[in-house]
Design a protein around this ligand. Structure first.
Ligand SMILES: Nc1nc2c(ncn2[C@@H]2O[C@H](COP(=O)(O)OP(=O)(O)OP(=O)(O)O)[C@@H](O)[C@H]2O)c(=O)[nH]1
Ligand SMILES: [Mg+2]
Length: 307
């Protein structure tokens, strides 16, 4: 490089980093799945101590409470000077009703309401410089560990969810399946998703280079992540481990030979966090915005925001 021509725009990464550090960023995750599949437990396992109090419990030893309404809870989490405002939107398990018709509606409404609120702020004349971002960046979708196949209701819910949000499917309570059952179940779920043309996150992009493609394939191979959640710690060989006690021994949730928990956590927090946020803005929100504008042109106005 000829230094005389150096103008210094490569410092832009440091400039962005500084701004980012100062401002912090939002990361919003919604948990969806049938009741009792360990949704609330899983999020406490991933983000551990930060969230225990959010459920109104004083310690992890208390039994998790049944989630009865859509509840967004925000936490300011800081690691090495980087601030993240993490919002977990816990939803009550669906499929408990006699009639489960449209049981996904309140969840879809919550997600699109956030898009609508963002659009209203963005379009207002006194537009704020920094719009609070409550758009949902990731939906963890919990699949019951039946070992057979997806239920028709799961397929229906997934079909709706994948239109509006990045969906990351997980096989819940994977400790109830043997390793062989898990492999077979994963394969069948992949086949069913492909058959029903349900497109889960992450998506391939034309801009992907070789390393993006390799990472995408690794995630696709792991999806759906089979996970085990626990808020309890056991001592094994003098080391504390987060796990579940079974007749045949202790499942270490962080041991990749026991389940994919560690891969899911790395995926969410280390490799794909930024992409989940970007994909929400560029794909799901843009689709919402385009459709809203189209509806407006046709004279249909979006319903007002709930107070
Ligand atoms: N075996 C096993 N049990 C689990 C696992 N995760 C959670 N549980 C247990 O399952 C029960 C339900 O867990 P929750 O986290 O409340 O489930 P939920 O999906 O939030 O339930 P709702 O709020 O009713 O929809 C609790 O007794 C948990 O200890 C797991 O990975 N394996
Ligand atoms: Mg719950």
């Amino acid at each position: 490089m000829n230094l005389n021509n150096y103008v210094g725009f490569d410092t832009v990464t440091h400039q962005i980093e500084r701004k980012f550090l100062k401002r912090g960023f939002n990361f919003n995750v919604i948990l969806v799945g049938e009741t009792g599949l360990g949704k609330s437990t899983m999020v406490n396992t991933i983000f551990s101590a930060h969230l225990i109090d959010s459920k109104g419990r004083k310690t992890a030893a208390e039994t998790p409470r049944k989630t009865v309404e859509i509840t967004p809870v925000s936490h300011l989490v800081e690691e090495n000077g980087v601030k993240m405002r993490l919002t977990i939107v816990d939803t009550p398990g669906y499929a408990d009703q006699v009639n489960n018709d449209q049981c996904w509606q309140p969840i879809i409404k919550y997600i699109t309401d956030q898009h609508r609120a963002y659009l209203e702020r963005e379009s207002s004349p006194s537009r704020d410089r920094l719009i609070p971002d409550t758009r949902v960046h990731c939906c963890l979708f919990f699949i019951s560990p039946s070992g057979h196949s997806l239920k028709p209701l799961d397929i229906e819910v997934l079909r709706h969810l994948t239109q509006v949000v990045n969906v990351v499917p997980v096989i819940a309570k994977a400790d109830s399946l043997t390793p062989e059952e898990r492999i077979g179940f994963k394969r069948r779920i992949k086949e069913e998703l492909a058959f029903h043309r349900i497109s889960v996150y992450p998506y391939a992009s034309e801009e992907d280079d070789e390393s993006d493609k390799t990472l995408l394939q690794t995630v696709k191979d792991l999806t759906p992540f089979s996970v085990v959640g626990s808020e309890n710690t056991f001592m094994v060989d003098g080391q504390p481990i987060r796990g579940r006690h079974h007749r045949w021994g202790i499942i270490n949730v962080e041991d990749e030979t026991h389940c994919d928990f560690i891969h899911l956590r790395n995926f969410l927090t280390r490799t794909h966090l930024h992409d989940l946020v970007e994909t929400t803005a560029h794909m799901h929100y843009e689709t919402f915005r385009y459709q809203s504008k189209k509806r407006k042109r046709l004279g249909e106005f979006p319903s007002p925001l709930p107070s």
